[in-house]
Design a protein around this ligand. Structure first.
Ligand code: ZN
Length: 93
């Protein structure tokens, strides 16, 4: 956490669920879906979410893919990510 006086910006991630996706790095299909948030804090109270994104991380090779926000509802419902749901590859091994 970076503090500027009594203000601060905190990053957090939260695992939502396991999803089905064939990793392009290692061809494993065990990936986990995460929500990443950057929240502005004041006296340890979360005030405003500055940034929120969803990404999936491969269990075997740790490749990371950012997902399209408009596809999130469908992904959460079906537990399945297709290649067209990925907006960009963050890390690929
Ligand atoms: Zn992989």
């Amino acid at each position: 956490m970076v503090f500027i006086g009594i203000f601060g910006i905190k990053s957090s991630d939260e695992k939502l669920r396991d999803v089905d996706f064939e990793c392009t790095g290692c061809l494993s299909n065990k990936v986990e879906l995460f929500t990443f948030r950057k929240v502005f804090h004041f006296f340890f109270l979360p005030i405003i979410t500055l940034k929120k994104k969803h990404s999936i991380v491969c269990n075997s090779c740790k490749s990371e893919y950012e997902l399209k926000e408009e596809k999130m509802e469908e992904v959460l419902l079906k537990g399945k990510v297709r290649y067209e749901d990925v907006s960009k590859i963050i890390k690929e091994f």
